[in-house]
Design a protein around this ligand. Structure first.
Ligand SMILES: Cc1cc2nc3c(=O)[nH]c(=O)nc-3n(C[C@H](O)[C@H](O)[C@H](O)COP(=O)(O)O)c2cc1C
Ligand SMILES: Nc1ncnc2c1ncn2[C@@H]1O[C@H](COP(=O)(O)OP(=O)(O)OP(=O)(O)O)[C@@H](O)[C@H]1O
Length: 282
């Protein structure tokens, strides 16, 4: 997969147009609805024998448009998001730096420069995708803005139990500690990555305790105790995680082999019911 980073400005250059079908959006978490958008684009790309492209942005528009006042709780760092795109069969990803200059592009300027200008033959996006200054462009205006130079497919709303599957709904489940419900939205358990900072073995019993740091651009579930699975590459451990004040303490079964600075993956399976007052005593 080729990744092309673009910054809008007077000095900016655009790569050679590449005929493609392009899925568009921020795609934080690459949840079930995001996958549906990308897989529909893939189907069309294979049929038309052109490349499958994704256009995404960084940082999150909300962070920029609020002038940094609104802090985003990301579900996936950009690198992990790119990895998911690659696994879905994406050929090219355009990552556009979302800054004030880019945000001020009119809808038509955006389409001319970054859609027609990149060689897009077909756009696929969800019913609520918006673009251009003040988010004035939408899926109803896109064909007109494109002057018939590309086709447009709109993906209708994908719901789960009457609620739109969205990155926001997953962020809300995390902030309520309802990690067990996330898999229905994400298609898998919520995952974070981090490193083992320190660990020790209990004197009695064969348990290990480890302090874990979390890599940037992940959001931890709210304070509580959770059933987790820790993937260390060569071994998967079952255990529980205490989350308190944005820190993680793990309690793990079995023999634990740790290598310095090794990245670990944590899958958040379910929460154990526990009162906040009890947590403060731990
Ligand atoms: C060129 C461009 C300019 C944008 N300017 C604004 C803006 O001024 N105000 C706004 O609320 N959103 C703006 N947006 C952000 C969109 O509303 C939207 O968040 C973004 O395209 C990602 O789409 P998604 O959230 O559906 O994934 C802009 C988007 C693009 C592509
Ligand atoms: N439930 C859904 N059904 C259909 N399309 C969707 C759905 N959720 C997102 N999309 C589409 O996926 C692309 C990426 O969307 P976006 O990143 O805004 O996701 P989101 O989950 O709505 O995020 P947020 O909750 O932060 O607004 C866009 O084209 C959007 O329209």
């Amino acid at each position: 997969m080729q990744t092309v980073y673009l910054t809008h400005g007077p000095e900016s250059f655009l790569p050679k147009p590449e005929p493609c079908v392009m899925a568009m959006g921020f795609f934080d978490g690459v949840h079930m609805a995001h996958q549906q958008v990308i897989l529909e684009a893939k189907k069309i790309a294979r049929k038309r024998k052109v490349k499958l492209a994704v256009m995404t942005f960084f940082p999150h528009p909300k962070e920029v448009l609020s002038c940094g006042k609104e802090k985003m709780n990301y579900l996936t760092p950009l690198e992990v998001k790119l990895n998911r795109f690659s696994k879905l069969g994406v050929d090219i990803v355009y990552v556009i730096k979302f800054d004030q200059f880019f945000a001020e592009l009119s809808p038509k300027e955006f389409i001319d420069t970054y859609v027609t200008g990149l060689g897009v033959k077909h756009v696929v996006a969800g019913f609520d995708f918006t673009y251009g200054q003040k988010g004035k462009g939408n899926m109803k205006t896109m064909s007109t803005d494109g002057e018939g130079k590309f086709l447009v497919t709109v993906i209708s709303k994908l719901d789960y139990r009457g609620q739109k599957i969205s990155s926001t709904s997953i962020r809300n489940l995390l902030s309520n500690g309802k990690v067990n419900e996330i898999a229905s939205y994400l298609g898998d358990y919520y995952e974070t990555r981090g490193e083992v900072v320190s660990y020790y073995r209990s004197r009695i019993g064969k348990r290990f305790y480890a302090d874990i740091s979390t890599l940037p651009y992940y959001t931890l579930p709210s304070n509580g105790i959770y059933e987790i699975e820790m993937d260390m590459g060569d071994h998967i451990y079952q255990g529980s995680a205490l989350v308190y004040a944005n820190k993680i303490k793990l309690s793990l079964d079995g023999s634990f082999k740790h290598q310095e600075y090794q990245t670990i993956k944590l899958k958040w399976i379910r929460s154990f019911e526990i009162e906040n007052a009890q947590l403060k005593q731990m």
